[in-house]
Every structure is written in C-alpha cells, then in structure tokens.
Design a protein around this ligand. Structure first.
Ligand SMILES: [Zn+2]
Length: 212
C-alpha cells in the first residue's frame, strides 16, 4: 500500500513538473534514481572550477545524447586528472565555456559532473547541442568494448535524466545520429543504442522505480 501511494505521489509530482515544464526536484525522485543522483561526483570534488555563468547559454533538455572520449583510456589512468586536463583544454585551447559534456562515465562506472546541465554543450561537429544532455563514456569504442559497469552507469544516468527532465527514452541517441562528421560514440558502444539495449534498460529502470 505504502509503495502504491509513493508511486502515485511520484507520478503526480512528475506530472505536475511536466505541466509546469520544470525539472523534477531531487527530493521528488524515486529512491533508485535519487541514488544515481547522489553518486554523481560534483565538479568541486574532482578539482574542477565552475564556468562563468555570464558566458553560458541556458537551454531546456529535450534529448539525451551519448558520446565516447574517442581516445584510449587505459586501466589505472586517473579519471579526475583526465577531467581537470579536459577542462583546461576546453577553456584554453577550444575557448569553450567548459568541458563540452554534462556527464562523464569512467571505467568503474563512476559518474562525474562536467558542464552544468543548465548550459548548452559544445561540439567539434556541425550539429547544435542545445537541448541535449550530453554523456561521455571514457575510451575509444571504435577499438574496445564498453564494460558492464560503464553500460550500467550509462543506463542509470539516462534514466535519471529522462525522469528529471521529462524526456522519453525514445529521445536517446548517439552523436553520429546528428552528425555526418563523426563515428562517435564508436561502433562498440553505438551497438547498444542500435539494438535498443540502452533504451530498454532505461525504460525498465523508470518502470521499476515507479512501481516500488
Ligand atoms: Zn561525440
């Protein structure tokens, strides 16, 4: 009974947020999705610095888009050092606001915050990332396979974003679906979009979090 009431409350809260076009607040998330939110490593925790809000383009999330790093990420490489270097390169070399992606997933399935989700991302290719929640998985999936921890974390994060921003699993795609200039997120990760695995995993997570 309690679970029915809590599921009903969650659905009502999510529906109210949808009507108001507001993100679902963390406190209103179902427990499994709140757990994902709570395990995201914030920028300050990996040694990053916040972006200048005056230079940011605000946007509303309508899509979830998957990327890979596109370079080898060997076992033992420090993901936090990688993020600090990526932030410096993004700002100093590319003259972007910040890291181009909103979230980065490492080899252990840890999820790091990159650019604030409130700000539109950046890209080297021709598509406009405004409205896209951008997820990068470390590694080059033209060459290696994603591991199960990375796949699980990707599905966990996508489910959280789908719930928070009221976007359907059908809006989940890969970078190369929007750009002819890239193979990103790499053939071995793209496969999990193509065969429906990630969208199914996200749907399952949303359904089970609403039925508990
Ligand atoms: Zn990409």
């Amino acid at each position: 009974m309690r679970s029915l009431i809590s599921a009903a409350t969650t659905i009502a809260t999510a529906a109210a947020a949808l009507l108001l076009q507001l993100p679902v607040r963390a406190a209103d998330l179902p427990p499994a999705l709140a757990q994902t939110e709570n395990r995201i490593v914030p920028v300050a925790a990996w040694g990053g610095t916040p972006a200048d809000p005056a230079k940011a383009r605000k946007h509303t999330i309508k899509h979830i888009t998957l990327h890979h790093q596109g370079e080898p990420f060997p076992e033992g490489k420090d993901p936090q050092l990688y993020l600090r270097k990526l932030q410096t390169w993004s700002r100093n070399t590319k003259h972007w606001l910040d890291i181009p992606y909103h979230y980065i997933i490492d080899l252990d399935g840890r999820i790091y915050e990159g650019r604030s989700i409130d700000y539109a991302g950046d890209t080297n290719t021709e598509y406009d990332p405004t409205g896209h929640a951008l997820i990068e998985v470390v590694g080059n999936f033209e060459e290696v396979q994603p591991n199960q921890k990375q796949l699980d974390a990707t599905a966990d994060l996508m489910a959280l974003l789908a719930m928070k921003y009221n976007v359907a699993p059908a809006t989940i795609h890969g970078h190369k679906d929007y750009s002819a200039q890239t193979v990103c997120p790499g053939v071995n990760l793209y496969r999990y979009l193509e065969n429906g695995y990630l969208r199914d995993q996200v749907t399952q997570r949303l359904q089970s979090s609403l039925s508990k």
